[in-house]
Design a protein around this ligand. Structure first.
Ligand code: ATP
Ligand code: MG
Length: 158
C-alpha cells in the first residue's frame, strides 16, 4: 500500500513546507493503493519530488500530492505545484545528472542537480515510469506510474 508511504513523507516535509510558506496537500483515493514498490526507494522518490516542489515553487505556492489507482492496476502518484514552471528548452534535460535550470538562481537554494536523476533511476528500478509536464508561469506536474503488485521486477526476469 503506497498510502502510508505518501503520508510518512508528507509529514517529514511538512515543516520544510511551512518554513517555505508553501501549502502542502494530499489528495488520495479511499482505501489502500497496492503497487509493487520498494518502500525505501519510494520514500526517496517522494522526498526528492516534494523537496523540489516546495523549494522551487516558492512562497505562497500550493503543492499537491495525489495518489490514485490506475485503470489497469498499479498506482499513479502526481506531485503538482503552481510555481514558476520549467521552460521547454530545459524540460527535456532536468532528469540528467547535475543539470540545473538556472545555476545562478538555484545556487541560493542549494542542491547539486542530482535529485531528479536519482528519482528517475529508482522509479525505473521499480519498473515504473516518470514524466513531467510544465508551463512557465503556471507550474509543474511530475507523474510517477507504478506497476501492480503481481508484476515482477525487471531484475527478477530472465
Ligand atoms: P538536488 O535535488 O540534488 O538537491 P536540484 O534540486 O537542483 O538539486 P534536481 O532535483 O535534479 O536538482 O532538479 C533539477 C533542476 O530542475 C533544478 O535545479 C530546478 O532548476 C529544476 N526543477 C526541479 N523541480 C522543479 C519544480 N517543481 N519547479 C521548477 N523547477 C524545478
Ligand atoms: Mg532536487
Amino acid at each position: 500500500d503506497v498510502i502510508p508511504v505518501v503520508g510518512h513523507v508528507a509529514r517529514l516535509l511538512d515543516e520544510a513546507a511551512k518554513r517555505r510558506r508553501v501549502e502542502l496537500r494530499i489528495e488520495r483515493a479511499e482505501g489502500p493503493l497496492p503497487a509493487r514498490v520498494d518502500r525505501r526507494a519510494m520514500e526517496q522518490v517522494l522526498m526528492n519530488l516534494l523537496d523540489n516542489a516546495t523549494k522551487y515553487a516558492g512562497e505562497g505556492a500550493h503543492v499537491t500530492v495525489s495518489a490514485q489507482a490506475r485503470a489497469g492496476g498499479g498506482v499513479e502518484i502526481r506531485v503538482i505545484d503552481d510555481g514558476p514552471g520549467i521552460s521547454p528548452q530545459h524540460l527535456g534535460r532536468i532528469f540528467e545528472r547535475f543539470y540545473r535550470v538556472d545555476a545562478g538562481r538555484s545556487r541560493d537554494l542549494g542542491g547539486t542537480g542530482l535529485g531528479l536523476s536519482i528519482v528517475k533511476h529508482l522509479v525505473e528500478l521499480m519498473n515504473g515510469t516518470i514524466d513531467v509536464e510544465s508551463t512557465l508561469g503556471k507550474g509543474s506536474t511530475f507523474t510517477v506510474r507504478l506497476p501492480p503488485t503481481g508484476e515482477r521486477a525487471s531484475r527478477d526476469r530472465g
